[in-house]
Design a protein around this ligand. Structure first.
Ligand code: HPA
Ligand code: ZN
Length: 338
């Protein structure tokens, strides 16, 4: 079987379940927002920004990511960020998205929670109407901040629950296990929210973190999760529960120097619902199509394999059943004709 072609990938209707909106901040928009808000940047041109991306692991990436997002100040800034991402998604035939946002990275700078979510929500409404991109928002807690701060943000989010489908956990995983947030996630569940958490690749204590996700938090899915392959019992439980993994190949190539194509193939072989996602596409210089192309070109993924990964994303997504069935029908129609 030959590797999938770029045209098969480009026209494939896709879902994206692991993308940080702040990670979609392209250098051009970074410059525009810095100028709009009177913020001085330590770069002369957008090309200089990309040249300064010297991350090689999670902490070195996060330092650059948090610094750049300081240009996001007003409701319009958050709208522009999110709408630019949805436009890119639409251009790549991404029809459904569950984007993350990091409110604590903004409230800690004095930007109101309402400013952030109002701008993102307005972009979601316009993306649905103007671009045909459906989305459901996931609020992430920063795991290197306290559980009390996460709890406070859950309370602040309460008036906006109709706009939030679930909660996640991101940022620096070292010494910040899922257990630290067990009470917050229990409360989030009681509020009707879905639960996911990052289990970043090759982190310290990662297998323990994954067990906590399953046994203590009872997550609905896991972000990244490559290290499930390190423990056969863990792998078995993920499969039995039908839990999805939102894997980010190009991101992995940056932070663990491995596209993880073979690992993705192993998940498919045992019937685990692995999916492909872009994570922080402005930084890793790859959106959905580029991630799928990397798997095809560098790891030999076929139409059938990319079709399964895409079907998995529609199956594990948190859209209502009517939306989900329409998305799956659209995918089936495409695959039958391809
Ligand atoms: N891992 C942890 N935190 C993050 C990531 C990630 O992949 N992207 C943005 N914040
Ligand atoms: Zn991520």
């Amino acid at each position: 079987m030959s590797s999938a072609s770029n045209s098969f990938i480009a026209q494939l209707p896709k879902a994206e379940l692991h993308v940080h909106l702040e990670g979609t901040l392209e250098p051009d928009l970074l410059f525009e927002l810095a100028e709009r808000n009177g913020i001085e940047l330590p770069y002369n041109t957008p090309a200089d920004v990309v040249a300064a991306y010297d991350f090689y692991d999670l902490p070195s990436f996060l330092a650059i990511y948090y610094k750049a997002m300081q240009v996001l100040c007003t409701e319009q800034d958050f709208y522009d960020l999110a709408f630019a991402y949805f436009s890119k998604a639409a251009a790549q035939n991404v029809v459904y998205v569950e984007p993350f946002f990091d409110p604590q990275a903004h409230t800690s700078r004095g930007v109101e929670f309402g400013t952030v979510i109002d701008g993102i929500h307005r972009a979601q409404v316009d993306a649905q109407a103007q671009l045909g991109v459906t989305s459901n928002l996931i609020m992430c807690f920063l795991r290197d901040m306290s559980a009390e701060s996460a709890q406070l943000h859950l309370q602040v989010a309460e008036p906006y629950l109709d706009w939030i489908i679930g909660v996640g956990l991101d940022s620096d995983e070292k010494d910040n296990p899922p257990a630290k947030f067990a009470a917050v996630f229990k409360d989030a569940r009681a509020m009707g929210l879905k639960l996911t958490m990052h289990c970043d690749v090759n982190q310290q204590d990662i297998v323990d973190h994954m067990w906590e996700c399953l046994e203590l938090i009872d997550v609905d899915r896991i972000d990244h999760g490559i290290n499930a392959l390190d423990d056969p019992r863990l792998l078995k439980m993920i499969k039995e529960r039908g839990l999805g993994l939102t894997i980010c190949p190009i991101s992995n190539r940056f932070v663990v120097q491995n596209l993880t194509g073979e690992e993705i193939r192993q998940f498919l072989q045992v019937g685990i619902k692995a999916t492909v996602n872009s994570d922080d596409p402005a930084y890793f210089r790859g959106y959905m199509n580029e991630n799928l192309q990397a798997l095809a070109q560098d790891a030999g993924f076929t139409n059938a394999e990319l079709g399964t990964l895409t079907r998995n994303a529609f199956e594990i997504c948190w859209a209502d059943n009517k939306t989900k069935n329409a998305l799956l029908a659209q995918l089936d129609e495409y695959l039958a004709a391809a």
